[in-house]
Write a protein that binds this ligand. Structure first.
Ligand code: BTN
Length: 241
C-alpha cells in the first residue's frame, strides 16, 4: 500500500504539498512527530510523539473534485472505526471534528492544491489524540483516546484499521460523483447539530453569528439570524446552545 512513514516532519500536509506530483492518489503520509503541525484558521497543532498525525492525498481525476467530499468521508471513516472497533460513542462536530464525551479527540484539515483554476489534488490531514499528553490550554476541551479507552493504543494498528475501513467501506463504494449525496446523508446522521437547533458560530470573516439552523447541506450550514436574515456558513467554530 502507499504508506510513507516519517520520524519527524514539519507537517504531513506540507510534505504532500511538496511531493503530490510524484505520489499516487490515496497515498498516506504518517509522521511520528510534527514540528510545525497546523490546524484550521492557521492555528498551531501541537504534534508530539504518541499522537496519530497523518495526511491522505486524493488526486481526483474522475473522482469528485470537491474537497469537502473527502473531508466528510474521512470523518465517517474515523467515526466508524471508533464506534465499531473501539465501542466508543463518537459524534461528528460540524463540520469535521470528532468528539467523544463532548471533547475533541480528532481534528481534520482539508486543503487543495490549485493548478490554474481547478484543484489538482485534495489533502486531508488528520490529527488524532491517541497516547499523547494534551497541552494544558486544551485539556478541558480535548481528550486523548488512551484516556477514554483506559490503555494505550498502538498507532500502527489504529492507522491500519482506518486505512482498511477507508478503502473497503468508502473508496470502493463511494468514489463516484453521484456518491456525494450518500456521503452527506451518513454524515448528517452523526452530526452534533440538527435543523432547528439554536447555535453560535464563530467564523473567520464574519465574526460570531447566532441563530437557528434552517438547513444543513453538504457544503454549508444555513442559519436564520436574530434579524430574520438567512446566512450561509461553510466553516467555523460551532456551538449548539
Ligand atoms: C483542526 O482541528 O484544526 C485540524 C487539525 C489537523 C491536524 C492534522 S495532523 C496531520 C496533518 N498535518 C498538519 O499539519 N495538520 C494535519
Amino acid at each position: 500500500d502507499n504508506l510513507i512513514l516519517l520520524d519527524k516532519v514539519d507537517s504531513t500536509n506540507n510534505y504532500i504539498k511538496k511531493h503530490w506530483r510524484e505520489l499516487p492518489s490515496e497515498t498516506v503520509v504518517w509522521a511520528l512527530e510534527q514540528t510545525e503541525g497546523y490546524g484550521r484558521k492557521n492555528s498551531r497543532w501541537y504534534s508530539p510523539l504518541g499522537g496519530l498525525w497523518f495526511s491522505v492525498l486524493f488526486k481526483p481525476r474522475k473522482r469528485p473534485l470537491i474537497p469537502y467530499y473527502y473531508l466528510r468521508m474521512y470523518s465517517l471513516v474515523i467515526y466508524n472505526v471508533l464506534k465499531k472497533k473501539y465501542k466508543l460513542n463518537p459524534i461528528i462536530k460540524w463540520p469535521n471534528d470528532i468528539l467523544i464525551n463532548s471533547k475533541k479527540v480528532c481534528g481534520i484539515l482539508g486543503e487543495s492544491v490549485y493548478n490554474g483554476g481547478s484543484p489538482s489534488c485534495v489533502i486531508v490531514g488528520v490529527g488524532i489524540n491517541v497516547n499523547n499528553e494534551l497541552r494544558e490550554e486544551i485539556s478541558n476541551s480535548s481528550i486523548a483516546l488512551k484516556d477514554v479507552v483506559g490503555k494505550e493504543i498502538p498507532l500502527r494498528k489504529l492507522l491500519n484499521e482506518l486505512n482498511h475501513v477507508a478503502y473497503h467501506s468508502y473508496y470502493l463504494k463511494y468514489f463516484k460523483p453521484k456518491a456525494i449525496s450518500a456521503i452527506t446523508k451518513m454524515w448528517l446522521n452523526h452530526l452534533n447539530v440538527k435543523v432547528g437547533d439554536k447555535v453560535q458560530v464563530s467564523t473567520e470573516n464574519n465574526g460570531s453569528i447566532y441563530g437557528i439552523v434552517n438547513d444543513i447541506q453538504s457544503d454549508y450550514l444555513e442559519i436564520m439570524d436574530d434579524n430574520g436574515e438567512l446566512r450561509k456558513i461553510n466553516s467555523g467554530e460551532l456551538i449548539v446552545i
